[in-house]
Design a protein around this ligand. Structure first.
Ligand code: RFL
Length: 413
């Protein structure tokens, strides 16, 4: 069988892969997208939902945020409960007007797939890439059940167990942190929308309540590391959420539990995001805990930067931008890890703290909570980092005729 070929082979149709493929295709670069899951499975996987300001602005410039901005909700306030106080953090005001958008990841993924197809693109669903190797000229070869695909570049947007990362000499290894607790995750029907994120810093462990849609909320409970889900029946989950979150009559009441899971809490950043013609973006290169809501946002930011670099490289704009991709995005990944880790530290008591020392630790945390709620440099820095102030690196705009000409030359190489 004659091997097929493309310019950029994208592995994985999550947020990183879809945004990257979309921008490349629009610039006239030949792209393929392989996705392991079926379309319905991908379009119904509920994960993130809190989107940074800069990510939504970027999607908006691409015309990819119409439904998001029509149906999503803007959020600029959260509250942190501790020792009977509920401290309001008006991060929208503290940041000078920068707020989140709340819109479920699976809806964003559906919108991105629809937009890609509207532009004439096609995604190979249920088509896992089994392995990636390099040919004699160090060009990537993707191995799938349907045969081999040769590419100028292969980009791993395939999440934490990336097959593209596995083709790096060091398997894109890097420092990791296993936190001394896990989070039990719950998706539940609710009687009214969650109007602001609530974090509860509690002697019995952290709990969180996050908005998703008008009648669905996302909840978290801190549990000991390695805890099995089977240890938590529905009654225990409901009681513990109500107790730690101090749910009152004015709060959303929990309806049916739609999904429960156990999230092993860890952070990881690869040493490298590029090896020759192999590149990584999103969770394939770094995973961050849900604390701070940064995973999906970082994945889109990687894709935006990488799209700019690949377009410049392939369409005659030079190599400098692609060459700088790894350093820029590793720096950003470490900033993200630091933010998420700092928030985790605030929200959890030290592991194994004796009961009689917990109030002291909670009182110290309450001081820190007030510092990020009260106007001042620390609060401004937190608010801007949390809501995602600033801009993503936008891809250069290429006149379509020129783009098409150079793209076909690139594919023929
Ligand atoms: P994804 O979304 O994991 O997509 C990777 C895709 O690659 C496919 N795949 C393959 N396809 C072909 N061949 C192979 N060999 C393949 N191997 C894998 C997979 O099927 C999949 O479709 O990675 P991407 O694009 O990097 O995006 C990352 C985000 O999905 C992730 O970081 C976020 O969901 C994290 N996250 C949150 N991030 C936020 O920014 N805000 C949030 O509020 C937020 N909340 C969350 C979260 C993650 C959670 N869980 C379940 C881990 C809440 C939760 C509970």
């Amino acid at each position: 069988m004659t091997p097929r070929s493309t310019t950029v082979a994208v592995v994985g149709a999550g947020p990183a892969g879809l945004v990257l493929a979309h921008v490349l295709r629009r610039a006239g670069v030949a792209v393929t997208v392989h996705e392991r899951l079926s379309r319905p499975a991908l379009e119904n996987a509920a994960r993130a939902g809190v989107l940074e300001h800069r990510v939504v602005e970027y999607l908006r410039t691409l015309g990819l945020a119409d439904r998001l901005t029509a149906e999503g909700e803007r959020h600029g306030r959260c509250e942190i409960a501790c020792l009977g106080e509920k401290v309001l953090v008006d991060y929208g005001a503290l940041s000078g007007g920068i707020r989140h958008w709340v819109y479920p990841q699976q809806l964003l993924v559906r919108d991105l797939i629809a937009a890609y197809e509207r532009d004439g693109g096609a995604i190979a669903f249920e088509s896992p890439v089994e392995a990636v190797t390099l040919d004699d000229a160090n060009r990537p070869v993707l191995h799938t059940a349907g045969g081999e695909l040769r590419a100028e570049y292969a980009v791993g947007c395939d999440g934490a167990h990336s097959v593209v990362a596995a083709a790096f000499a060091d398997r894109a290894d890097g420092p990791t942190r296993r936190y001394p607790y896990d989070w039990l995750t719950v998706l539940a029907r609710i009687s009214r929308p969650v109007d602001k994120i609530r974090y509860a810093v509690h002697a019995d462990g952290f709990a969180g309540m996050m908005p998703r849609t008008a009648d669905v909320g996302r909840f978290y409970l801190e549990v000991p590391a390695g805890e099995e889900l089977a240890a938590w029946d529905e009654r225990r989950i409901r009681a513990e959420l109500a107790h730690r979150l101090e749910l009152e009559g004015s709060d959303p009441a929990l309806g049916g539990l739609l999904e429960t899971g156990m999230l092993r809490m860890r952070g990881r950043v690869a040493h490298r995001m590029r090896e020759g013609r192999l590149l990584l973006a999103g969770d394939a290169a770094h995973t961050v805990t849900p604390s701070g809501a940064k995973g999906l946002n970082s994945a889109v930011a990687d894709a935006a930067d990488l799209a700019g670099g690949l377009i410049a490289e392939l369409l005659g704009g030079g190599s400098a931008r692609l060459d700088g991709y790894q350093q820029r995005r590793l720096d950003a990944a470490w900033q993200t890890q630091e933010f998420s880790d700092r928030l985790l530290d605030l929200l959890h008591l030290p592991a194994g703290l004796p009961a009689e020392q917990r109030e002291f630790a909670l009182r110290l945390r309450l001081q820190r909570i007030h510092r990020i709620a009260r106007p001042g440099p620390e609060a401004t820095e937190f608010a801007r980092a949390y809501a995602g102030a600033g801009e993503l690196a936008a891809a250069p705009v290429w006149p379509s005729a020129q783009a098409a000409a150079v793209a076909s030359a690139a594919t023929a190489r």
